[in-house]
Structures are given as structure tokens and as C-alpha cells.
Write a protein that binds this ligand. Structure first.
Ligand code: GLY
Length: 385
């Protein structure tokens, strides 16, 4: 496979297939990580071969009740840990179950965890693999749009604790991440909506051209064509999301600089809304979409987001059918929201920071320059136009 040029030029984004044949190689920190975007679900033989795992080594497949049918297509006779589905399962209890089953099947450091599912399953499996015997092999089969465009790429692992999303976690990339477009055909509409929000975010961080590509998918999204023919409509967008995120994470794998932090556009407000509404009530993407609009309002109030740019982003988010108004209908108490915002782990030197769009991309601003009064006005909808 020819390695794509880096930094990748504008024209390359249009024809990545020529260079990559659906395979994308990244190095996150010291760790190589390959993304495979294909039509079909990979076979166990392929996963073992590509990850250099002996077929005699112990393997544990991890999935939830929604992705068990995909897991059975990969292997019927290898040990499988099936968890209940949903954000509420993203807890220490699930990690303990995965680790217990790994121990029971005799998985050693030469063994392989294979997480098959959306962000909850891939984050949980990745965390378990990263701490099991100080680190075992890991491959992921991402089965949701949100996972393909965000969660599965870049090595963030973790679970929720004390009501805070991903409070506990590690940076530990999977060696191989498989994205099979055929599984998107059975993705529920709530999941499509969740993933589209991350695609809109990626486009805001990338270019006007990618934003136009996202806009062009609105009708196929609304009339269900994306879901009927994901291979036709979604491949290019998913490729771009993988490339954009992959390059950003390569630049700043552990979020010590500002580059990776930009991927949190919409997430400070979004995570606080998810927590305040009760984890699992709103989908991640719905909360992020709402959060991006609040970030635009904040950026405008600070003189960073040009009004036309804020209007364009807001218009796209509204066109996809997300709840855009503040206060959000599920937000009963603004104090809970502010508390969740303050508990957000996206802090630098103990200080909260926000990502706001600028004229071309986005920038990170410290909460030092943002008064509590301004945040309250934004959350209450006082700044809405
Ligand atoms: N979801 C943001 C990141 O991976 O950094």
C-alpha cells in the first residue's frame, strides 16, 4: 500500500482510493494504527492475519446485544462477551466482565481483544485491552456512523464514572480498525443522526469543500437513501472524516497541544447537556449538534466566529433536524448543567476551555475570558437570533 502524502494536499482528499485502496495508515504516538474502509464485514482470518495474531492464540470478541449478529458473522466458535447495549453500560462493571471473560478464556499478552460495535463497545474493549496484563492486542470493528467518524479512530478509551462521561480512560490505539459500510444499512435512525453531527463537526474543522459535501447529503439523509445505500453515499464522507481526524490525532496524539482538542468542538456544551439530561437520554451527536450552536454563539459574543459562519453552521445543523434552541427541552435545571460543565475533563492547567469556530476552522479559548453570566445567557437562549 502506498502511504498517502502528509500533510495531504487538497487534491488528494478527492481521490484517496487511488492511493489507499480503502486502507489508511496512521501513527498515533509510537503506535501504528490502520483503518480499513470496506463494503463487507472482515472475516476472523483476515483480522488475525492483519494483526499478526497466531490462529492458535486466545481471542475474545466483545459486542453488545445489537451487534451480536455481526459478531456471529465474524466467528461462531470463538469466545464472545455480549454486553447489554447503551451508554448506561459504559461503566466499570462492563470492564470487569470483559476482563473476567478474557481471564477465563486464558487470553495472554499474545492474545487479541476484538471489539465489535459502536463507541460504547469500542471504548470499553479498548480500555480493557489497554490495562489487561499491562496491554494486550486490540482490533476494532466499528459498526456505527459515530464510531467510524470519531470514536473508533485515535486511541481514546474509557468509561463513565460519577455521572461524568469518559472520566476514566487511557490513550491506546487499536492496531486495526475495520469499517464495513454494509452494517450501516441496519443502523437505527437515531444512530444516523448521532453520527451525522460528528460529520458536520469534522467538516467545520476541515474545509468549505467538505462542508459542501455534508450539505449535499441532507436530502439523501432525510429521505433514507443514505441508510439504503451507504456504500454509494457515505464512503467518501467517512474517508474524509477518518483522514481529517487521523491527521489531527497524529499531530497531537495525547491532546497535549491544541490540535486534538479542536475535535471537541460542540463537546463541552454537548457533554454537559448529556450529563444534565441524564446519560443515555440524548444521543451523543444530538448533544454535540446543540453544543456546536452554543459554541457559535459563544464565538460570536467573543468576536471570534464571524456572524455569517455562525449562521451557516446553525443552518446546516437545523436542516438535519437537530434541536437547536436554547434552553434545550431536556434541560430542567441550569445549575446542574453548569456543574457538569465545570466537571468537564477538557481542562488545561485546571482551567476549562471551549472550542469555537473562527473564519476558517476553530480555535481553543480559555474560560478565563468567559464570564459565568455569558455562559448562562447562552444556555438560557438569551443570545439566540
Ligand atoms: N472525540 C475526540 C477525540 O478523539 O479526541
Amino acid at each position: 500500500m502506498k502511504r498517502p502524502p502528509s500533510p495531504y494536499p487538497f487534491w488528494y482528499r478527492k481521490i484517496p482510493e487511488i492511493y489507499t485502496n480503502g486502507n489508511y495508515s496512521f501513527t498515533f504516538g509510537q503506535t501504528p494504527s490502520q483503518v480499513h474502509i470496506e463494503e463487507q464485514i472482515p472475516s476472523l482470518e483476515t483480522i488475525l492475519k492483519e494483526s499478526n495474531t497466531s490462529s492458535a492464540a486466545a481471542v475474545l470478541l466483545v459486542c453488545d446485544t445489537h451487534t451480536e449478529y455481526i459478531t456471529k458473522k465474524i466467528s461462531r466458535n470463538r469466545p464472545t462477551c455480549v454486553l447489554e447495549s447503551g451508554e448506561t453500560q459504559k461503566n466499570w462493571g462492563s470492564v470487569e466482565r470483559i476482563i473476567t471473560e478474557a481471564r477465563e478464556v486464558g487470553l495472554g499478552r499474545d492474545g487479541l481483544f476484538i471489539g465489535i460495535g459502536g463507541g460504547v463497545i469500542t471504548d470499553l474493549t479498548s480500555f480493557a485491552a489497554s490495562v489487561y496484563m499491562r496491554g494486550a492486542g486490540l482490533c476494532l470493528v466499528s459498526t456505527t456512523l459515530l464510531g467510524m467518524t470519531d470514536a473508533a479512530v485515535g486511541g481514546k478509551t474509557g468509561f463513565d464514572l460519577l455521572g461524568i462521561k469518559n472520566l476514566v480512560g487511557t490513550f491506546s490505539p487499536a492496531s486495526h480498525i475495520y469499517m464495513s459500510l454494509e452494517v450501516l444499512k441496519t443502523l437505527p435512525s437515531r444512530e444516523w443522526k448521532s453520527g451525522m453531527a460528528e460529520l458536520i463537526k469534522t467538516a467545520v474543522l476541515d474545509s468549505a469543500e467538505t462542508l459542501d459535501l455534508v450539505k449535499s447529503k441532507k436530502m439523501p439523509f432525510l429521505d433514507g437513501a443514505l441508510a439504503r445505500e451507504p456504500g454509494l453515499h457515505m464512503k467518501e464522507l467517512i474517508e474524509r472524516a477518518v483522514l481529517v481526524k487521523g491527521r489531527m490525532v497524529e499531530t497531537d496524539p495525547r491532546e497535549t497541544g491544541t490540535e486534538r482538542a479542536l475535535l471537541n468542538l460542540g463537546h463541552s456544551f454537548g457533554h454537559a447537556l448529556e450529563s444534565a439530561a441524564g446519560l443515555g437520554t440524548l444521543s451523543h451527536g444530538e448533544a454535540v449538534a446543540w453544543g456546536m450552536i452554543r459554541a457559535c454563539e459563544l464565538g460570536q459574543a467573543l468576536g471570534i466566529t464571524p456572524p455569517a459562519r455562525a449562521r451557516e453552521i446553525t443552518k446546516i445543523i437545523a436542516a438535519y433536524g437537530y434541536e437547536t434552541a436554547a434552553p434545550h427541552s431536556l434541560l430542567k435545571d441550569i445549575r446542574t448543567f453548569i456543574k457538569a460543565l465545570e466537571g468537564d475533563k477538557k481542562k488545561k492547567a485546571g482551567k476549562l476551555s471551549f472550542v469555537v469556530p473562527d473564519a476558517e476552522r476553530a480555535v481553543l479559548v480559555s474560560a478565563d475570558i468567559i464570564g459565568l453570566r455569558l455562559l448562562e445567557q447562552i444556555i438560557n437562549g438569551d443570545l439566540q437570533q
